[in-house]
Design a protein around this ligand. Structure first.
Ligand code: 1HE
Length: 269
């Protein structure tokens, strides 16, 4: 581990496979193991957990991207051969813990995808809140071919994006989806030209960082829980969080600004 302090503005010890950079209120975390196609080994996964756990308070959104030709080739397969069953469970749980710090961390996370987004690479992308895909992106779950199963939360998160049926097809047949298909099916929210992903990701993250903090909290922490609860629980939880959000000083100031014609209108893009 090396402290990612030099010039990055972060006081977090990261492995060599991760780079962190600051752009105002946005942090950019880069998978930097391109010689192994950003395959996720243990130090990288633990480093991701450390990064999201220790994010400075003034960071309001994160962009996650990857160096080289591919976002991530998934699990580092070279680590797999020696593990027994208890170690396999512990390994999967370590991914769950790390990715939970992304999905239910303090701030929204925008993933910028390109090239291979496969196996565990797709699992980490699914833990992010927004996905921007460059047109070079392709998606696959080669676990079936490798004789293994998803272990980084993919069986929970991916069906929410594309449905169980498509995920079954991907795992059973080794089928890949290209960037256009991924956009149509729900893997990505934004589709951009090759090389344009980071700028788009930072633009979106900067806009997200400008939201009221209570709204961002409600969207990433409460909305997914409401969506998975029974309707009666969902409605009452919605009322509670809506009242909490609008009771916040930030919301009052923003509503006043609109009524005094100082805030932008909601116009078509
Ligand atoms: C790796 C890995 C890896 C590359 N683990 N070392 N993931 C997969 O099944 C995808 C496996 N990777 C590939 O299919 C290809 O590498 C790519 C299509 C992504 C890229 O191809 P290419 O031609 O650009 O690179 P390469 O020559 O295949 O790989 C370059 C090096 O990276 C090479 O090592 P080298 O020492 O010979 O130079 C590869 O061995 C290495 N490499 N991918 C380890 N994945 C929590 S459960 C999650 C389960 C999964 O993620 S399963 C999916 C695993």
């Amino acid at each position: 581990m090396s402290a990612a302090t030099s010039g990055s503005g972060f006081d977090i010890a990261l492995p060599a496979s991760l780079k962190a950079e600051r752009r105002g209120e946005v942090a950019i975390l880069t998978l930097a193991r391109s010689h192994k196609r950003n395959a996720l080994d243990d130090p990288t996964v633990f480093g991701i957990e450390a990064f999201f756990t220790a994010l400075p308070d003034d960071i309001k959104a994160v962009v996650l991207n990857g160096e080289g030709e591919h976002f991530s080739a998934g699990l580092d397969l070279s680590e797999l051969s020696e593990r027994d069953v208890p170690q396999g469970i512990a390994h999967s749980r370590s991914w769950h813990r790390a990715f939970e710090h992304i999905e239910f961390g303090r701030v929204p996370v925008v993933a910028v995808l390109h090239g291979a987004v496969v196996g565990g690479g797709l699992e980490i992308a699914a833990a992010c809140h927004i996905r921007v895909a460059e047109r070079s992106t392709y998606y696959a779950l080669p676990e079936g071919t490798r004789g293994i199963f998803v272990g980084g939360g993919g069986s929970v998160r991916l069906p929410r994006l594309i449905g169980v049926s498509r995920m079954m097809d991907m795992m059973l047949t080794g089928r890949t989806y290209d960037a256009e298909e991924g956009q149509a099916f729900g893997f990505s929210h934004y589709l951009v030209a090759p090389g344009a992903g980071l700028a788009k990701g930072v633009e979106l993250a900067t806009r997200i960082a400008g939201n009221a903090p209570m709204t961002n909290f409600a969207v990433i922490q409460v909305l997914p829980r409401i969506a998975e609860s029974d309707p009666a629980t969902g409605y009452i939880t919605e009322s509670l969080i809506a009242a909490i959000a609008q009771g916040d000083d930030e919301a009052k100031a923003r509503l006043k600004a609109f009524l005094e014609k100082r805030a932008p209108k909601t116009l078509r893009n």
